[in-house]
Design a protein around this ligand. Structure first.
Ligand code: UDP
Length: 449
């Protein structure tokens, strides 16, 4: 297709209104725009992206059943269920309006908008699904219903069956399966089952990952799906900075500039996780007792019942003075690529995991819910670029893990493995590399629709 013809084609994208979903969707949209497509973004008013950061896109807000102000500690399960029910009509009207203008080539939906398949099908519009998780996590989600039927998912911590391997998704154990126990389990399973079912009906699926990282998983996915899939690490092809819902504290970069190479542990548990005060104390004392330098992003609302730092233990500032700073929200990609950063203590949200791998930064994994357990298992047992604390978050364990990662030989080995993965991702971005090819194939696929 020549570029003048391509310019006339419009793609409609529909991100799920969470930071970890908005970033990759707007990165993907930006990549496709740079390849000549016009972009229309349909979005909820809840957690609305800022249109002025994307003057080259058109934005189309639709009503939802949620409050207009961003939630500091949202319950994603409830929200996903609610918006899938409440957005059907406004979304259909909006899409019909865009289609009637005549130039829409296809529609790209977040996988969690499971109601959209039938809307697009009724309009005869091809629907591509953008999946925010890894391929391995998608396979785990797809395996959940069997485990649930066999009663495995109601096992309690400590039951020996929790250590059993799940046959269809090696190397995962039962305890790694994405059970969302902190939220309404019944709704969580229903959301997941519908997401898997409706994703399988898509014309194609785009995963935010790269081929060299998940070769065996991509092979297994291809056995389960008929539609094509494309693996593209979006943020390496386009930066996320302008889709941040919270203001990024850039003073953290000047602070990092003053620190020795690879000396700083970056700590963040993402945009959704919330913890109780006791858990915050264990993180704080782990940092204080480890003696390590750190940059800690404490999102307002991270701790239940607390505005920001009120629950930090007394004596913490004195114990860490001169070697650590706390901010509200970091420019995470810049932080991870900064030469002073030597490790990342993370909840293992998929964006954070991928961003860390892509910069060669080893991790301490403290997963909280959902696919975070899956990602943590891959980080520690498959890619071997981090330590998996699983659910444990005790003071002694935390400080030992920090020392192991930041100053001991184990951490050095993980750093070397992470650097090898970074080299692979960088090679994939070059002409003829795997990511470069996947992108060309995706453009070819969309153009052929
Ligand atoms: N992020 C950020 N600043 C922070 C913490 C996170 O910009 O202080 C970004 C991070 O780069 C990532 C996203 O927020 O792109 C979080 O997504 P992830 O999938 O890791 O976790 P979630 O927030 O969905 O649990």
């Amino acid at each position: 297709m020549d570029s003048s013809k391509k310019k006339q084609c419009r793609l409609v994208v529909f991100p799920l209104p969470f930071q970890g979903h908005i970033n990759p969707m707007l990165q993907l949209a930006s990549i496709l725009h740079s390849r000549g497509f016009l972009i229309s973004v349909v979005h909820t008013r809840y957690n609305s992206p800022n249109p002025s950061n994307y003057p080259h896109f058109s934005f189309h807000p639709i009503s939802d059943a949620l409050s207009e102000s961003p939630h500091s500690a949202p319950d994603p399960v409830r929200i996903i269920k609610l918006i899938n029910a409440s957005c059907v009509l406004p979304f259909r009207r909006c899409l019909e309006g865009l289609v009637s203008e005549g130039d829409v080539k296809c529609f790209i939906s977040d996988a969690n908008w499971y109601f959209t398949h039938s809307v697009a099908a009724a309009l005869g519009l091809p629907r591509i699904v953008k999946r925010t998780s890894s391929v391995g996590a998608f396979l785990a989600f797809a395996a959940l219903s069997r485990l649930r039927d066999e009663g495995y998912l109601s096992l309690l911590d400590g039951d020996s069956k929790m250590e059993e391997a799940v046959e269809e998704v090696p190397p995962l154990k039962v305890k790694d399966m994405p059970v969302i126990e902190m939220y309404n389990a019944e709704d969580a399973y229903n959301n997941i089952a519908k997401m898997v079912e409706e994703t399988k009906k898509a014309s194609a699926i785009i995963f935010n990952t790269f081929q060299e990282l998940e070769q065996p998983e991509i092979g297994r996915l291809n056995q389960q799906l008929e539609s094509p899939n494309f693996t593209i690490p979006f943020h390496k092809c386009f930066s996320a900075a302008s889709s941040s819902l919270l203001a990024q504290d850039m003073s953290s970069i000047s602070w990092l500039d003053e620190q020795p190479p690879k000396s700083v542990l970056y700590v963040s548990f993402g945009s959704v996780v919330a913890m109780d005060g006791a858990r915050l104390l264990e993180v704080a004392w782990g940092l204080a007792n480890s003696g390590s330098r750190f940059l800690w992003a404490v999102r307002p609302g991270l701790v239940h019942g607390s505005e920001w730092l009120e629950m930090l233990p007394s004596g913490f500032s004195e114990a860490t003075s001169g070697r650590g700073i706390i901010i509200k929200w970091a420019p995470q990609q810049e932080v991870l690529s900064h030469p002073s950063v030597g490790g990342f203590w993370t909840h293992c949200g998929w964006n954070s995991t991928l961003e860390s791998i892509c910069e060669g930064v080893p991790m301490i994994c403290s997963p909280f819910f959902g696919d975070q357990f899956v990602n943590a298992r891959y980080v520690s047992d498959v890619w071997r670029v981090g330590l998996n604390l699983h659910k444990a978050l005790e003071r002694g364990g935390n400080e030992n893990a920090i020392r192991k990662l930041m100053v001991e030989r184990d951490g050095e080995e993980m750093r070397k493995k992470a650097m090898l993965l970074k080299e692979k991702i960088d090679a994939g971005l070059k002409m003829g590399g795997s990511t470069n090819r996947a992108l060309d194939e995706l453009i070819g696929f969309i153009s052929s629709l």
